[in-house]
Design a protein around this ligand. Structure first.
Ligand code: SF4
Length: 498
């Protein structure tokens, strides 16, 4: 039986009742400021961005000022927003484009705005919808994507495809209201982990797709949520399609729904996004990987992982995604052992290929590595599978994909990690004098083309998994071969004892 079509006019009416002056919760006074604020909001809460821009916009009052800023000083100002070095570069690149191509002003077409490096459709829609009231499209961020799926408005996962679905169903004259309003729904009611169907304006219309638990028998609606961000729209009064902000009861957003406020407060203080710690994790590598980190695909990749985390369990934990980079800075890499996917069972993956947490059972591939370690150097297999000691000596234990959905091997392949880790391998090859690259199995061996074989040693063998270890891994004696290669170049050997 065909699914009933969503009742868009009923949803819109409820949306107007519940979110009368919906707009973005970023503070801004000019479209140029909104563009900067939106760029800073990637992987950061709006509350934190507002704290930073309060002084930032005083120090840098115009696109000219951002364009001419000292990059290190600007990065320092942006530190609390995470990924501050790449955000500083992005902000400067964008503002230089405004100065050089658009007379210090934000252009007002989607085509012009997205022609600036670093600006994708979502950011362009935020600025054009919220500052100019231009219906160039519908804002689709993580929240709008999730709510649209649960409400049966789209089955797509890709934000641009979700936007296309919404644009087909929602009348164009309300696009600039719909996006910001749905952001608020997703942020305060239909949250990723705790959909508040019992206080949701749309319970009657919503099929609650993929939401567990029984449908609530009754709804207790909170008072209308009024956006209090500082902007010409909110301070000038009602400009939303609802036209009701001026007469809406003065409800403090935080006080309106205590549960949502608690959720929001937690989100602001907990590592709810690839955090500053992840940014710091990559820090020693940033210069070498800057051209990748600056590409829109990288932030889109982090966004994808965050969307996955909102709906599923993802390994490794957020703060361990870049562990291989933390434990082995670029200047310290002597050996690079390439794995594929992180382990996908509970508590195993912690960001180093083949390695597991100290109290986790040793997985079969690592058991075979230990067998070979014994056969090669006579070392007794340790009782644990925690390889940090190797990483700290310069053995970079890198997977080609850095995250995975729990119990679904390969589920994060093809989303950008391969490009990022290819760049990592190339950076090691180009910037180091001599490294031993260890390529076990065919997928790892395909990366050989990224490595300069004239100055580095490449060791190849079958993969240590139980399926292939006996076909060429056992007996390959990689540990003594690595140390021999290091010795031959006057480098200290690795102490393989764990
Ligand atoms: S009814 Fe539940 S699932 Fe549907 S939009 Fe509201 S909170 Fe989300």
């Amino acid at each position: 039986m065909a699914e009933p079509k969503p009742d868009i006019s009923a949803i819109l009416q409820r949306l107007r009742e519940g979110y009368p002056n919906a707009t973005y919760e970023l503070d801004w006074q000019t479209p140029e400021q909104m563009l900067v604020a939106t760029t800073l909001a990637a992987q950061c809460t709006d509350e934190r961005v507002n704290r930073v821009t309060k002084t930032l916009f005083v120090k840098y009052p115009s696109p000219q000022a951002f364009a001419q800023a000292d990059l290190d000083e600007l990065a320092n100002e942006l530190k609390p927003t995470g990924f501050f070095k790449q955000k500083a570069r992005a902000v400067q690149t964008i503002n230089r484009a405004l100065v050089q191509r658009f007379g210090d002003k934000v252009p007002t077409t989607m085509r012009e705005l997205t022609s600036i490096k670093g600006i994708a459709r979502k950011t362009a829609n935020v600025v054009l919808n919220c500052c100019f009231d231009l219906p160039t499209g519908i804002i689709v961020d993580t929240h709008v994507a999730r709510v649209s799926q649960r409400m049966g408005l789209s089955r797509q996962k890709d934000p641009e495809k979700i936007e296309a679905d919404l644009m087909r169903q929602v009348p164009k004259d309300v696009w600039t209201f719909w996006g910001p309003a749905m952001v608020l729904v997703g942020r305060y009611v239909c949250t990723a982990k705790d959909p508040g169907c019992d206080r949701c304006h749309f319970l009657e219309q919503c099929p609650r797709k993929d939401v567990s638990g029984p449908r609530p028998a009754k709804v207790t609606l909170p008072p209308p949520r009024v956006v209090t961000a500082v902007s010409p729209r909110t301070t000038a009064g009602a400009t939303s399609p609802a036209g009701a902000a001026a007469t809406a009861p003065a409800v403090t957003p935080k006080a309106a729904t205590p549960k949502a406020a608690t959720t929001t407060a937690k989100a602001a203080t907990s590592p709810s996004s690839p955090t500053a710690s992840a940014a710091t994790a990559l820090d020693p590598w940033v210069e070498a990987l800057a051209s990748e980190i600056d590409e829109p695909y990288f932030l889109e990749l982090l966004d994808f992982v965050e969307r996955e985390r909102a709906e599923h369990q993802v390994f490794p934990p957020r703060e361990q995604v870049f562990s291989a980079y933390v434990h082995t800075p670029l200047s310290a890499v002597k050996v690079l052992v390439l794995g594929q996917d992180p382990y996908h069972d509970d508590d195993q993956a912690h960001g180093l290929s083949f390695s597991v947490g100290p109290d986790v059972k040793v997985p079969p591939s690592l058991r075979n590595i230990y067998k070979e370690l014994h056969g090669d150097l006579g070392l007794q297999p340790p009782k644990h599978g925690h390889l940090v000691k190797w990483a700290q000596q310069g053995v970079m234990l890198l997977n080609t994909v850095l995250t995975v959905r729990a119990h679904q091997a390969g589920s994060h392949q093809g989303h950008g990690w391969e490009r990022f880790t290819d760049a990592t391998i190339k950076a090691v090859s180009q910037r180091s004098e001599h490294v031993v690259f260890v390529l076990w199995g065919k997928p790892a061996q395909k990366k050989k083309k990224l490595i300069d074989g004239r100055k580095h040693t490449i060791l190849e063998a079958n993969h240590p998994s139980p399926l292939s270890a006996s076909k060429g891994f056992f007996g390959s004696k990689p540990f003594s071969a690595i140390n021999a290669a290091l010795r031959s170049k006057g480098q200290a050997e690795i102490d393989w004892r764990l």
